[in-house]
Ligand binder design. Structure first.
Ligand SMILES: [Zn+2]
Ligand SMILES: [Zn+2]
Length: 249
């Protein structure tokens, strides 16, 4: 498809979204109202919240009290200060993430931003929303960055300031799916930088880094390091789905 045709399609899509009946972002079933899951998808989503690790949101089976950390965060404190995710990564949350990633539906970004916005804390009211960037080759191919769509929708819902191009991905990284944690860390090393001219405003800032899925944390960690090095006081991660491995809870 030509660039002009894909632009025209992207511009036309919100109108189509508006004209068609609302659909469940999990399975595509028609729903009574927009931005709702159907009952089956809703009941299979695992919403995350307390009790959980104060840092990485790993669910705990029992309330252990506030500011309790999981074993992994105690052993090796993450480069970010806090992570919050709307749901655990599973069949439905994966489908939603894929729909956003390859379908580019702003409506899906709006739906999941509603669930993510509940995790924005009052101390983050002056935070700056920043999406995890894609490499420009990938943006050219796909036409958009799914994390930027979510960040823009979150800005609309929460009123927080947003800076879509604060971080740049200067190295195209291969898909991390098949890699182990050490390989992932190596693959994203040196992949990110603060976009030229954006560094001065970062000192002392709280950044709310927006991503779709949190898997090993390699990408979020690499971005958090770059932000901290540039003077950010706190880097919190907010994502749609977080991988929760069996046996953790
Ligand atoms: Zn559904
Ligand atoms: Zn933890």
């Amino acid at each position: 498809m030509s660039a002009a045709a894909s632009l025209a399609r992207a511009a036309f899509r919100p109108i189509l979204d508006f004209a068609l009946p609302p659909r469940c972002p999990g399975c595509g079933a028609v729903t009574a109202e927009p931005h709702r899951f159907c009952l089956a998808c809703w009941s299979s989503l695992r919403f995350l919240g307390e009790p959980c690790c104060a840092c990485c949101a790993l669910p705990f089976a029992f309330g252990e009290g506030e500011s309790v950390l999981c074993g992994a965060c105690l052993a090796e404190p993450p480069a970010f200060d806090r992570l919050r995710a709307a749901v655990a990564y599973g069949e439905v949350s994966r489908k939603v993430a894929l729909k956003l990633k390859y379908g580019g539906r702003p409506g899906v970004a709006e739906t999941i931003a509603r669930f993510m916005a509940r995790h924005v804390e009052s101390e983050e009211e002056r935070a700056l929303l920043v999406p995890v960037p894609l490499h420009r080759w990938r943006i050219w191919r796909r036409g958009y960055n799914q994390s930027a769509l979510i960040a823009a929708a979150l800005c609309g819902r929460t009123g927080l300031a947003v800076k879509l191009d604060l971080i740049e991905r200067v190295k195209a990284t291969p898909p991390l799916r098949e890699m182990g944690p050490a390989e992932r860390r190596k693959a994203v090393r040196g992949a990110f930088r603060i976009a030229p001219g954006h560094r001065p405003g970062l000192k002392g800032k709280t950044i709310l880094l927006v991503d779709d899925v949190y898997t090993s944390g390699a990408t979020a960690t690499a971005c958090a390091r770059v932000l901290k090095r540039a003077g950010a006081a706190r880097v919190n991660i907010l994502c749609w789905a977080r991988v929760v491995r069996g046996g953790d809870d």
